[in-house]
Design a protein around this ligand. Structure first.
Ligand SMILES: [Zn+2]
Length: 117
């Protein structure tokens, strides 16, 4: 296994992941599934760390899908960030923000419909 894959699987195995109670309550947790693309492959970048997104064709994979909907988790910062903050392209950041709000609204409606009298 190469160094990048080793670092990636080490990050996933961390047991001290950040916890964001408000993100959990408001946005909920992602459904289990296999993500085909990593956030870095979709242009997302940690808003705090300074690094090259791509170096000679290799992506920096520190940013991973968070357990919370519409959030990404930086394995270096050990912090969950709203996806829109991780999008350097401002037009894509706006799209990401609106998609996040839309998803939250749909979940709220779904929860309201799921309540039985
Ligand atoms: Zn970071």
């Amino acid at each position: 296994m190469n160094d990048k894959l080793t670092a990636y699987f080490s990050a996933l195995a961390r047991t001290d992941h950040s916890v964001n109670v408000a993100a959990d309550k408001i946005m909920g947790q992602r459904r289990e599934g296999i993500a085909i693309d990593q956030p870095c492959e979709l242009g997302y970048h940690c808003p705090v760390c300074e690094y090259l997104l791509e170096d000679d064709g290799d992506y920096d994979e520190r940013l991973l899908w968070s357990e919370y909907n519409s959030f990404l988790w930086c394995s270096v910062c050990n912090k969950d960030y709203p996806s829109a903050l991780c999008q350097p392209d401002i037009d894509k950041a706006i799209e990401t923000f609106l998609a996040s709000v839309s998803q939250a609204q749909e979940m709220a409606v779904g929860d309201a419909l799921a309540v039985t009298p």
